[in-house]
Every structure is written in C-alpha cells, then in structure tokens.
Ligand binder design. Structure first.
Ligand code: ZN
Length: 278
C-alpha cells in the first residue's frame, strides 16, 4: 500500500495512492497517527484502496509524508564506493548523525541554498520509516518494526559538514531533507534489492542498488534501538552510494536552478529545484 500526505486545497490529510489516483484515508490526525494505529486500520484501508475511488493524483500537492518526525537519524559511509570516493576506511562501527526535524521538506518542493552556502551537495537514499516502536530490537525482529520506505535526499552543506568532526549541523539546514513522494508499506518492499539513482539536470550522478549497503537496514534498526527508543514515524536515512558532487574532479556543487531527481525502484521519485534562500 502507498500512503501519502497531500493537500487538495482543503489542507493536509493522509491518503492512499492507487495507480494514478489518490483518495483520503479518512483516518483522523496526521501520518504518525496513522502509522501508530496501523494494525487496527490496515484491513479497512486495504478495502478502501480496492474501492477504486479517488481523484487524479496529479491534481493534488504531495507533502512530505512525515512532515515532523520525532527524530531523523542518518548513517554515513555505508556504500563501499562512497567510502572509497570519500577517502575513508570502511568503519568498524555504524557512523550516525542526526538531521534536524525542521530540515524536512516535500517531494517536489524547492530546496534552499542558504545565504552562507557555497558547497551544497546531494545524497540519494532509501529512507526507512519506523512503525511499531521499541528498544533493543533484534536484527531478526527489525523488519516487524519498519512501517515502510520512501525516497530521500540527504542534502548536505559540505563545508559545514567537514569543518567540525560532528556532521549534524552541515546536514540540518532548512529544507535539506526532502522525502517522498509517499510511503510504500514494508510488506511490498525488499529493502535490500532496490535500484536507486540520482540525476542533476538530467545527468546521471549516482546509480547503485541497496544490496551494496555495508550495514543493512535491519542492522541499522537493531543498532540504533540499543541506544534509544524508536517511535512511530521516526526516519532512518540508510546511506548514499558513490557519485556525490564533492567527489567529482573538479568538485561540482549545486547551483541555483539545478534540479535534483532521486528515484528508487518501486518507491517512486522526488525532484527538487535548488533555489537561493529568500
Ligand atoms: Zn547521507
């Protein structure tokens, strides 16, 4: 099932995407409420999806499916080719940083190049959305705690990322976490067999498959949950493959007017135009 947050002119609401149509879920509250109540809701929503109702998907504005997650964690150095291009060694432990929850933006919304920015870069990533919360989740149980998956761009200000040993500030600029276009529920996804790619103005920059993850998605959930309680709607950015602009020769950072498209097999794509902060 595919679940979106959208606005058809009457304000944000959750909906089901079926083919090229979207229909309201009818569930009160936002996406996190829907995720938290999923077990009790899923049968009714499946029936609703099969009803054939809805309006043209192209007629609504898709919003970030989880606009204000409780937390966003992102793993660094998690594809071999990206580790190599970064001049790093494969880390013995998972390398985590946070992205501020205020960095979330929509799948087709503009991304700001902030006034202080000269080195903005893209990172196409599979994003896992936590369903049932918990702590000390085993690797074997991790799949049961993932609600679904979407596409994300871990937009990064490289100078701000690397001038301190702690990356979070350079990863947390406003609008630097576009996600979407919707959440595809985990029952319909093998998270470790998905082609993903990223283009800038139509030019292919990243092309890989999630089978190349160093620490896979279930390892990531298990590891994080040893330290903290994961909650419904929490987002996990699972790493980016090689091909980032900072690793090109010469280095190529995003400029005003650039359009970055990140796509993942079966999950759809997000596409964001980079614009100066106003
Ligand atoms: Zn990343």
């Amino acid at each position: 099932m595919r679940l979106a947050l959208y606005d058809d002119g009457a304000g944000p609401r959750t909906g089901l995407v079926s083919g090229d149509r979207i229909l309201p879920s009818g569930v009160p509250g936002g996406m996190i409420d829907l995720i938290a109540g999923w077990e009790a809701l899923r049968a009714d929503l499946a029936r609703l999806e099969a009803s054939g109702q809805g309006i043209d998907l192209a007629s609504v504005r898709l919003l970030p499916p989880v606009p204000r997650p409780g937390k966003i964690f992102a793993i660094g150095l998690n594809y071999a080719d990206h580790i190599a291009e970064s001049g790093m060694e494969t880390p013995p432990h998972q390398v985590w940083f946070t992205k501020a929850v205020t960095s979330v933006t929509g799948p087709y919304d503009p991304v700001q190049i902030r006034k202080v920015s000269q080195t903005v870069d893209y990172e196409a990533e599979l994003v896992a959305v936590i369903g049932r919360g918990g702590r000390h989740i085993s690797r074997e149980a991790a799949a049961d705690h993932i609600f679904g998956y979407c596409v994300g761009n871990d937009v990064t200000e490289r100078l701000w990322q690397h001038r301190t040993p702690q990356w979070s500030l350079g990863k947390s600029f406003d609008t630097h976490a576009p996600i979407g276009p919707w959440i595809t529920t985990a029952d319909a996804v093998d998270p470790h067999a998905l082609d993903l790619d990223c283009t800038v103005n139509g030019e292919i920059r990243q092309s890989s498959n999630t089978r190349h993850l160093v620490f896979d998605v279930f390892d990531q959930v298990a590891h994080l949950s040893q330290a903290m309680t994961l909650e419904p709607g929490d987002l996990i950015f699972t790493g980016t493959p090689g091909g980032v602009g900072a690793a090109m020769t010469p280095r190529r950072f995003l400029q005003p007017g650039d359009v970055v498209r990140c796509g993942i097999e079966g999950l759809g794509h997000i596409e964001n135009r980079f614009e100066p902060e106003v």
